[in-house]
Design a protein around this ligand. Structure first.
Ligand code: 5RP
Length: 264
């Protein structure tokens, strides 16, 4: 692997082989998502605890201090909205030149396997990988958002994740599901888990993150279940403990509760 590519991947996946990415890209199709209305304010207290930020160029430039940040995974697909016809009809929104100008550690793009736009989204991924290889920039493929999430089972997520890896993604972001080991085992590159819409209890999140890590995921790219929590800093600390300190869900939940009583 070329030095630049390897160096960028090493910025993202930590020496223990794990990672905690913080996505704040949701506005690119959802608009001012709850608790992400002012992204700069949302992320400020969380930045010390994440290993990378997943963000669009607009929010990066407007809301993230270039002097004080973490490695950036730049969201470079979009062009649809939640009130439009079909979320799956994405294109590439940001050039590789812009990604280099922004000094990013990786770029991220969604694919929509099984949708009317499967072909386009997979060719977009392939094109992005070709460009990324030229400049040593890894691509993170994001599987199954929006309507495609209804198919949140191991068979579908394994199919999507494997295709993303075959087309050259260096990291695949997918969702946790029952039999998650089938997803990880069929994917020859590192897999990270997203959280999806906020779930009811912190313990549920910690349990699925723990299960996914036990089954081979290298970490998370998990947003709403952190920054929509009433206690986002204790929540990211608890998730980090599962990822980087092998904490059990119960140990991490105890940490969440004890951190709630501390001043950040
Ligand atoms: C949607 C994304 C998000 O980065 C991804 O879904 C992770 O966030 P969450 O944990 O909130 O689902 O790709 O644009």
């Amino acid at each position: 692997m070329d030095w630049g590519m390897e160096n960028r991947l090493a910025q993202l996946i930590q020496p223990d082989g794990r990672c905690c990415f913080l996505p704040i890209d949701h506005g690119y199709f959802q608009g001012p998502t709850r608790k992400l209305e002012k992204p700069g304010e949302t992320i400020r207290p969380l930045l010390p605890y994440c290993d990378a930020l997943f963000v669009t160029r607009g929010v990066l430039r407007s809301s993230v201090d270039p002097h004080n940040t973490k490695p950036i995974i730049l969201r470079v697909s979009g062009g649809t909205s939640m009130v439009g016809k079909d979320l799956a009809n994405e294109g590439i929104t940001t050039s590789m030149t812009e990604a280099i100008r922004l000094n990013v550690a990786a770029v991220g793009i969604s694919i929509f396997v099984g949708s009317d736009y499967e072909h386009e989204s997979l060719l977009n991924l392939s094109k992005l990988v070709d460009e990324g290889e030229e400049y040593g920039i890894p691509v993170m493929a994001v599987t199954a958002v929006g309507k495609e999430l209804e198919k949140r089972d191991a068979r579908y997520l394994a199919l999507s994740s494997r295709i993303a890896a075959e087309l050259g993604a260096k990291v695949v972001k997918t969702y946790w599901c029952e039999d998650f080991d089938k997803v990880v085992q069929g994917c020859p590159v590192p897999v990270v888990m997203a959280g999806g819409p906020k779930v009811n209890t912190e313990l549920e999140v910690l349990e699925f993150v723990h299960d996914g890590i036990q089954k081979g995921a290298v970490g998370v790219n998990l947003g709403r279940n952190i920054w929509q929590n009433d206690f986002p800093v204790p929540m990211i600390k608890a998730i980090r403990a599962v990822i980087h300190e092998n904490a059990s869900p119960k140990e991490a939940y105890d940490l969440f509760n004890s951190s709630k009583n501390e001043k950040d």
